[in-house]
Every structure is written in structure tokens, then in C-alpha cells.
Write a protein that binds this ligand. Structure first.
Ligand code: NAD
Length: 419
């Protein structure tokens, strides 16, 4: 059995979750209309001279889903298959994610249809600077604060910050987050998403009365989120028994040496054939009997076609959208405790928020302060979501959406409609 095509469409997935939660909340019809529609969508065409002298025109988007609670916040994606619908879905996701962790942001997302793997650094710089110039009245510390996403990184953020600052005639670090440390970035940002996964997983283990030192963990994706989550979980004493990558998986029942596996991957380009583990089937590894499964690679991994095979007690969604909407009821029926993406991976946007706060104050925190505040916020959000789920008899994902939608709706009602 394979998953239905519609199941994999990001906008349909976002709308399905919104509708379910809005119905459970008995949300006012007018507010529902507002929240189903983005506030602003901008499409631009970016003419760029390539290194060989040819001119190419790239399409770029920025969607602000909501600015009710504060500036729009969300990454910019560079990928050949970016669509406006995908950017819309991701922008609304950001609204809910920021509301779940109760930070004063709305939600936004951007994208450029391009293939960063075949463009040179100079070409990427030209695209980024022209994108920024075209968006000069759309983005800003009080308006909309971009960050890296697929295909963009710290360097891209540095170019945006510089271009924006040149137009404003002074240095404006708070226009983007995810910047290099010496350009106004925050300590702890690189590992923030993985650290957030660790924090909420520890809270979930407490509820199951499982000693972290006895917890068996499987992580899919050994990149920024999965790699850091695995490293930090292992350092916290958990047994990370399997890591799953696109080209294979490794297993060690006594727990993998994550630092050594990182070194092995850096040296060989793959996690497979690691001396401290055996190679296993990458599909089967997801279905291992374990305490915690951390899907931290990509979207649409747990679908209606395979949800019944998952044997983990807890799923901590490090990636965005790893579970499709039709898979949710299957996991619920099997009693699996899901820490939904908008909560589980919100550590990244939370430390982005800290970065923006530090930039605006011009006063930088040490790493332990960043981590301490991250923990405080993630634990509070976890408890908000889980108690909401218990109180209303819904699963954690629906609870997270209900809580988020309720917070945004309340703000809109308080502010009223300007006419
Ligand atoms: P990344 O590119 O650093 O890592 C992704 C890893 O997954 C890579 O190692 C890649 O090889 C692996 N992978 C790709 N396809 C796979 C497959 N089919 N099976 C197994 N592994 C596969 O990306 P990242 O920043 O770690 O992001 C991962 C996910 O987390 C994405 O969904 C992203 O949107 C989400 N996320 C990231 C952040 C962040 O701060 N980086 C924050 C929130 C959410």
C-alpha cells in the first residue's frame, strides 16, 4: 500500500490540521476565514547575470501568513521545486509554531525557485541581494524576519543583513536570524532545534516513568537537527541504538558512539560500515521496538501506508511534517505519544527569537543563559500542550494546534478589525 497523493501535499496537510483544530475549538467563522488566508503574498522576478554572462530570471516569494502577534517569522528556501502553495503552507505552520511556544511573532516563509547545488557562490549572492532589495519594504525587524531554511545558510543571512543595512544606511542585524556569530548571531543557535528535541523528549519520558538511561532511541536524519538531537540525547545518557540516513542505517543495541559516528561520516561521506555498529535496513530501522523515534530528516515519512508498523512509545518530530494527517489516527489508536513538530522542533525558532532580542538590545548572552531560557520555554510549552490535550480529550497535535489557533484568534479579537 502506498500513501495517497493528496496526503503528501503540504497545503492540504496544513489545512487538514487547521480545520480539525478549528472545529474542535468551535472557532468563530469569521476568524476562521482570516486565519485560513495569508495576510500578504509577494511574488518577485529576479533577473540575475550568471557567471557565463547569460541572464536568468528567477521567481521569488515571501508569504506573511499572520502578523497579529508580532512580526512575521520564517525561513527562506532555495530549491528547484518551490511552489507558492508550499510557501503558504510553511508560513501558516510558522504562525502556529511561534504561538505554541508563545513568542511574540506571526508566521512567514519565503522561497526562490532555483537549484543552489548548481549555482556558484557569486550567483547565489546576486540572487540573494536582489531578492532582499525587492523585498526591502516587506522585511524588517518590526515587519518580517527571515531565517535559513533548505538551501540557504548563515552566509545567505549575512548577505541579506548587509544588503538591507546598505539600503537603510546603518547596520540592522535584527532583520534576519541564523546569522554567523560575529555578525549578531546567537550562541546555541546551531544546536537549538536538537536541544529542544532533547528537552521535550525528557519531559515525555518522565510521563512514561522511563529512566532516560534506559531509553532506547532511533533517529532518522543525521543532519543539523537529527545529528545534534542524537549527540545531546546520547550525552544525556540515552541509548541511541539506530541512526537512519538516506543511504542506509546503522544499529548497536548497546547504544552508538555518536561523536565517533559523526567523525566516520565526515571521513567517509556515509554513516554505513561504521566499526561500532552493524548495517541494517533503513526502512526496518524505523519500525524497531524502541522508546523514542525521532524523525528528523524530511516530511511525509510516517504515512497511512506505514504508521501501523511503528513500535516506538514516543515520537519526537524533529523534522517539519514527518507525519501525514491520515497517519495521525493510526498512531493515536496504537497509543503512541506524539510530540508534534510545531512543538518538538520549535527550539530553532525560539533561539532565533533570542537572537533577535539580543540584536535589538545590542547585548549578547552566554551559551548557558541561552540554553537555560530555551529549556524554560520548551518545558512550559510542552506542559501547556499536554495538559490541554488531557483536558480536552484530544491528541497532542490537535491540542498544539488548538492552543496556537486560540492564542492567535484571541489576539485578533482583542485588536479588532481596522476598517
Ligand atoms: P539537514 O539537511 O541538516 O539534515 C537532514 C538529514 O536528513 C541529512 O543528513 C540527509 O542526508 C538526511 N536525509 C535526507 N533524506 C533522507 C531519507 N530519505 N532518509 C533518511 N535520512 C534522510 O536538515 P535539518 O536542518 O537537520 O532539517 C531536517 C528537518 O528538520 C527538516 O524537515 C527541517 O525543515 C526541520 N527543521 C529544521 C530546523 C533547523 O533549525 N535546522 C528547525 C525546525 C525544523
Amino acid at each position: 500500500m502506498s500513501a495517497h497523493h493528496d496526503e503528501l501535499n503540504p497545503l492540504e496537510a496544513a489545512e487538514a490540521r487547521f480545520d480539525l483544530a478549528a472545529e474542535a475549538l468551535n472557532l468563530n467563522e469569521g476568524i476562521c476565514k482570516i486565519l485560513r488566508t495569508p495576510t500578504k503574498e509577494v511574488t518577485i522576478y529576479i533577473p540575475v547575470e550568471l557567471d557565463d554572462g547569460r541572464i536568468e530570471v528567477f521567481t521569488g516569494y515571501r508569504v506573511q501568513h499572520s502578523i497579529a502577534r508580532g512580526p512575521a517569522k520564517g525561513g527562506i528556501r532555495y530549491a528547484p521545486d518551490v511552489t507558492l502553495d508550499e510557501v503558504r503552507a510553511l508560513a501558516s505552520w510558522m504562525t502556529w509554531k511561534c504561538a505554541v511556544v508563545n513568542i511574540p511573532y506571526g508566521g512567514g516563509k519565503g522561497g526562490v525557485i532555483c537549484d543552489p547545488t548548481i549555482l556558484s557562490q557569486r550567483e547565489l549572492e546576486r540572487i540573494t541581494r536582489r531578492y532582499t532589495a525587492e523585498m526591502i519594504d516587506v522585511i524588517g525587524p518590526e515587519l518580517d524576519v527571515p531565517a535559513p531554511d533548505m538551501g540557504t545558510n548563515q552566509q545567505t543571512m549575512a548577505w541579506i543583513m548587509d544588503t538591507y543595512s546598505m539600503h537603510k544606511r546603518h547596520t540592522v542585524t535584527a532583520v534576519v536570524t541564523g546569522k554567523p556569530l560575529n555578525l549578531g548571531g546567537s550562541r546555541g543557535r546551531t544546536e537549538a532545534t536538537g536541544r529542544g528535541c532533547l528537552i521535550v523528549t525528557l519531559e515525555a519520558l518522565k510521563r512514561f516513568k522511563i529512566n532516560p538511561k534506559e531509553a532506547k532511541v532511533v533517529v532518522q536524519g543525521f543532519g543539523n537537527v537529527g545529528g545534534q538531537a542524537a549527540r545531546l540525547m546520547s550525552a544525556a545518557g540515552m541509548r541511541v541504538v539506530s541512526i537512519v540516513e538516506w543511504d542506509g542505517a546503522v544499529h548497536n543495541a548497546n547504544g552508538l558512539d555518536i561523536e565517533a559516528l559523526m567523525k566516520h561520516r565526515n571521513e567517509t561521506g556515509s554513516i554505513t560500515d561504521f566499526a561500532g555498529a552493524e548495517n541494517v535496513d533503513k526502512e526496518e530501522a524505523l519500525y524497531l521496538d524502541c522508546d523514542v523515534l525521532v524523525p528528523a530528516a524530511k516530511e511525509n515519512v510516517i504515512t497511512s501506508a506505514n504508521a501501523h508498523k511503528i513500535r516506538a512509545k514516543i515520537i519526537c518530530e524533529g523534522a517539519n511534517g514527518p507525519t501525514t494527517a491520515p497517519a495521525d489516527p493510526v498512531l493515536k489508536q496504537n497509543g503512541i505519544f506524539v510530540i508534534p513538530d510545531i512543538l518538538a522542533n520549535a527550539g530553532g525558532v525560539t533561539v532565533s527569537y533570542f537572537e533577535w532580542v539580543q540584536d535589538r538590545q545590542g547585548y549578547f548572552w552566554n551559551e548557558s543563559l541561552v540554553n537555560e531560557r530555551l529549556e524554560e520555554l520548551m518545558v512550559a510549552s510542552f506542559n501547556d500542550v499536554v495538559s490541554y490535550a488531557e483536558k480536552h480529550g484530544v491528541d497532542n497535535r490537535t491540542a498544539a494546534y488548538m492552543l496556537a489557533i486560540d492564542r492567535v484568534a484571541f489576539t485578533i479579537q482583542l485588536r479588532g478589525l481596522y476598517a
